[in-house]
Design a protein around this ligand. Structure first.
Ligand code: GLY
Ligand code: MN
Ligand code: MN
Length: 436
């Protein structure tokens, strides 16, 4: 993305706040893992959306009408010694030249400078409640201004959650964002296909994970969008399983839920396939129901449909399928009314997708499910998970299946950003037959 993209995003945001207000957004803190080891740093999505800046220890300020320029970044200064040990820094001049800041200050000086930017302002739009240390700093700056009241200064009188306006903006993806998401989808699909090609009984889940993620990296994605779920056999019935250390057995299914991140945009794909390359009759029956549920949900993915319609369509197909196979009892109306399908399908059919895998944006407006609009991107991920129960025939036990794709709402329908990942049983079996 270029400087102009970020400038446009900031301008769009400024249009929605008052001329006496101020926006303050911090990037994510660096988290300690153990000893002198830190978790890999990932910038805060809101911060990155507005700045494109990826270094830790940074805060951005947008102060409409500020005489010396309204866009200010606090960041680390250049430092030869620290850069030799820890990596390059853009520095103060760099954020001005490369990232379009009007003004830049060392992050160490923020306590001295930021109160001055806040005084005389009315509302502070910020991501309150996200990072506790930063919240405490904000309150400290507020108090500092209040103490200076005698000098004629007045402190802002409201903190406003930035989420509401900024996240509505992030919800609708522009062409440049969609281009990144298409790439993330393609890279992720390549990883899933690779997993199918290498998987065989006797491998460990983490070994398939390594092949999958190697393909993400080879395709150009530096990080995963979230920790991969590589769940063989009964582990597939643990929705957010991430241990990934079990042996893969002949006759089991393998559920993989994994996505690459590219340019800070996520893909989120789930595929389920037989470890030995051939679905058993029971696996195939339930797989076909999930696939049919996804196809039914797709019918409601174009603009103008309600957010809940794909979910309702998927639930109906899954409920009917489970009734037909004797896993559920009663009429379809009863199953839907009592939600007895939730024994086997306990999550919703999707979520927004973007810079965050569970992306921002409201699902309801005035307590009504919102309408799908061009530029929205979301997942469609029906599943069936059979945990053992007395009223369920043993032959179904421990089967866990999820099929997940990423859908872009377009003016003329929808686009499946992840369709390159095989999911037709015949395609999966053919690909697995070709294993080397
Ligand atoms: N990967 C998490 C999810 O599918 O929502
Ligand atoms: Mn997923
Ligand atoms: Mn998902």
């Amino acid at each position: 993305m270029n400087k102009e993209t970020y400038a446009r995003r900031r301008a769009e945001l400024v249009n929605q706040i008052g001329k006496n207000d101020i926006v303050i957004v911090a990037t994510s803190p660096v988290k300690s893992r153990n000893g002198d080891v830190e978790y890999q740093f990932r910038p805060d999505s809101d911060f990155h959306y507005l700045s494109g800046f990826s270094e830790p220890e940074a805060v951005l300020v947008i102060s409409p009408g500020r005489a010396q320029g309204e866009y200010v970044i606090f960041c680390r200064e250049k430092d030869k010694l620290r850069e030799m040990w820890d990596g390059r820094r853009v520095g103060l001049e760099g954020v001005i030249d490369t990232y379009g800041a009007d003004d830049a200050f060392p992050i160490e000086d923020i306590n001295d400078i930021l109160p001055g930017l806040m005084e005389e302002k009315e509302k502070v739009f910020t991501t309150v409640g996200r990072y506790s240390d930063f919240d405490a700093q904000l309150l400290g700056w507020m108090n500092k201004i209040k103490q200076d009241k005698r000098l004629g200064k007045h402190a802002p009188y409201e903190f406003v959650d930035l989420n509401h306006i900024l996240h509505e903006q992030r919800l609708i993806k522009r062409q440049d964002e969609i281009a990144l998401m298409r790439k993330a989808g393609k890279m992720s699909a390549a990883g899933h296909a690779r997993a199918m090609q290498v998987c065989r009984p006797g491998m460990y889940e983490y070994q398939v994970q390594a092949e999958l993620e190697c393909e993400f990296r080879k395709a150009g994605s530096p990080y995963n969008a979230y920790p991969s779920i590589v769940a063989g056999g009964k582990n597939a019935c643990i929705l957010h399983y991430t241990e990934n250390e079990a042996l893969l057995k002949d006759g089991d299914l393998l559920l993989i839920d994994a996505g690459a991140e590219f340019g800070c945009y996520a893909a989120d794909i789930s595929r389920t396939f037989p470890v030995n390359g051939k679905f058993s009759p029971e696996q195939r029956v339930l797989y076909d129901i999930v696939l049919e549920a996804q196809t039914a949900a797709f019918e409601f993915c174009s603009a103008g449909h309600g957010w809940n319609q794909p979910h309702e369509a998927a639930v109906k197909v899954i409920s009917q399928g489970l009734l037909d196979e004797g896993l559920l009892r009663g009429s379809l109306e009863q199953v839907l009314e009592t939600q007895s399908y939730a024994q086997f399908y306990m999550h919703r059919t999707g979520h927004w997708l973007g810079m965050d895998v569970h992306d921002v944006g409201d699902y309801q407006v005035d307590e009504v499910w919102r309408e799908l609009e061009p530029g929205m991107v979301f997942t469609v991920e029906p599943g069936i998970y059979v945990n053992p129960a007395d009223d369920v025939d043993e032959r179904w036990h421990h089967i866990g299946i999820r099929i997940e794709d990423n859908i872009l709402v377009r003016r003329d329908g929808y686009e499946n950003l992840t369709e390159a990942a095989p999911k037709k049983p015949s395609d999966i079996e053919a690909l697995m037959m070709s294993r080397r």
